[in-house]
Structures are given as C-alpha cells and as structure tokens.
Design a protein around this ligand. Structure first.
Ligand code: NAD
Ligand code: ZN
Length: 251
C-alpha cells in the first residue's frame, strides 16, 4: 500500500518538474482540515441557508442583515482560522519556483495567509471588506459587530466576494484562464469541479497538452492523469518531499 502511494507521489513529482510551469487549482476541500466545512459536507453553511437567497446580490441590496446573519460569524472570528499543511506546502513550492500560481475558488483567504503570493481568488475573499459608499477597506476580523456592519462614514460594509448575480472579478478570471492555457501541469486539489468557470480550467489545461494531477478524498476529475486519493494536508507535504528529492538529484 505504502509502496504504491510512494510511487504515485514520485510520478506526480516527475510530471510537475518536467512539464514546465505548474499551476494549482483549489476548492473547499483544501480548507476542510482548517475546520472550514466544504460546500456539501456535514456542518456546511449552505445546508440550512439557501445560498441563492442568502448570498445573492439582490438580497444584499434589499436587506444586508440577512447576508451578515450567515456570514458575520466567519468574518468576526476570522483570526481563529489558520492555514493547514497543504496551504503551507503550496506557499513553499511557490517560493522555490516550482508552483507558478494558485487559482482558488475559496473565499477564506487562507492561501495568502499561508504566504502564497501569486493567488487568483476567482470568487473573491471574505478577508477584505469594503464600504459601499466611500470604498474604505476593512480587513477581517476588524469589522463592527452589528446586524448591518457600517463604515465610520455610515455606509454599509460588503465583503469582497462574488455573490449570486454578480460577475466574477475580471482580472483574476483572465489570469486564471491564461495560466491554464500556458501551464505544463495543474494540481487540482479538493474541488468537486462542478462550479463554472473553475470546472473548465482543467479542460483548458488538457486541451493545451498539459497534465492534470488530482488530490482529493474522492475522485472528481475523470480526465486526471494522476489521482492521489488522500487528504490535502497529508498529500501536499508528501508530494513536496518527492519534488525536493528530484530537485536535489538534479542539482
Ligand atoms: P465542494 O464542496 O463542491 O467540494 C469539495 C471537494 O473537496 C470534494 O470533492 C471533496 O471530496 C473534497 N475534500 C473534502 N475534504 C478534503 C480533504 N481533506 N482533502 C482533499 N479533498 C477534500 O467545493 P468546491 O468545488 O470548492 O465548490 C464549492 C463552492 O463553494 C465554491 O464556489 C467555493 O467558493 C465555495 N466554498 C468555499 C469555501 C472556502 O472558502 N473554504 C468553503 C465552502 C464552499
Ligand atoms: Zn465609508
């Protein structure tokens, strides 16, 4: 068993090192071990609250307290959420030049908190909160704790995430597509790959001849060249170790 898993990590490491640029696509699964429920998991927020109502732009415009009643806790307690081994591994792999960018669907801001720099948050981030009137920026958890948190100017505060009915951030999306077109490999971690446009990024990689490595506790990408069936917090450090061995041998 161990033998087989080791060889999967070796193969993945070889692909990553030998295929040119490596980009990463992450979803809610990478933050599960940081105590943030995934979209579908037990304890997930949207089991009890329909996101198309509670997290829609039209609801926010009519009654922002509805949105803050489900999202406020995460933002006010933001300091309690920490990156896990998977986030830190990716940050180190970027620092050593192995990973060129991270495209994430997550809005928890944990990649940046772990030290990753070239991060495209295509659904935005709950860490940054803006006044709707004067555009002043607040950083979670430093936000007034009210039903409708307001800026010192009186304007309503809105986190910088994409609500239902809102367009995706253009620049992040453009960069995500560009990275997918030009990379030689993509590591896809903890996403069910059902939400567009993120779901189409691995298809762009494959169409351009790039290789896909999926890390997930259950397979979601039929087209992955390598599937590592493991928790992200275990798999990433193991992969990082194999990459390290290859780099040492090559130098
Ligand atoms: P998803 O909930 O649809 O899928 C999560 C995936 O992670 C599943 O495939 C699951 O098998 C896998 N997984 C669970 N635990 C794992 C672990 N420890 N290691 C590796 N894989 C694990 O998530 P999604 O594909 O990201 O799509 C959901 C949408 O909800 C996205 O748009 C995202 O913005 C949003 N969301 C974000 C967060 C967050 O920011 N942390 C949390 C929940 C939902
Ligand atoms: Zn203001």
């Amino acid at each position: 068993m161990l033998q087989q898993k080791n060889s999967i990590y070796e193969k993945a490491a070889e692909i990553i090192i030998n295929s040119g640029e490596c980009t990463v696509l992450t979803g809610a699964g990478i933050s599960a071990e940081s105590g943030i429920p995934t979209f579908r998991s037990k304890g997930g927020l949207w089991k009890d609250y329909d996101p198309t109502v509670y997290a829609s732009l039209s609801t926010f415009q009519k009654d922002p307290s509805k949105y803050w009643s489900v999202r406020g806790d995460f933002i006010w307690n933001y300091g309690e959420y920490s990156p896990n081994e998977a986030h830190y591994s990716l940050a180190r792999l970027e620092e050593t030049g192995v990973v060129s960018s991270i495209i994430t669907q997550n809005i928890d801001g944990l990649h940046k908190k772990a030290g990753s720099k070239n991060v495209f948050e295509i659904h935005g981030s709950l860490r940054e909160i803006f006044c709707q009137d004067c555009n002043r920026e607040y950083i979670a958890p430093e936000v007034p704790k009210n039903d409708i948190p307001k800026c010192s100017c009186g304007g309503v505060l809105k986190p910088n995430t994409v609500l239902f009915g809102e367009p995706l951030p253009e620049r992040a999306l453009f960069n995500a597509q560009k990275e997918s077109e030009q990379c030689g490999s993509m590591i896809v971690i903890g996403t069910s790959a059902t939400v567009y446009p993120a779901a189409q990024l691995p298809l762009i990689v494959a169409r351009n001849g790039g290789k896909i490595i999926e890390i997930n506790i259950e397979r979601s990408l039929a087209s992955a060249d390598i599937f590592i069936e493991e928790k992200a917090g275990t798999a990433l450090p193991a992969l990082e170790k194999e990459i390290g061995k290859l780099l040492n041998n090559n130098s």
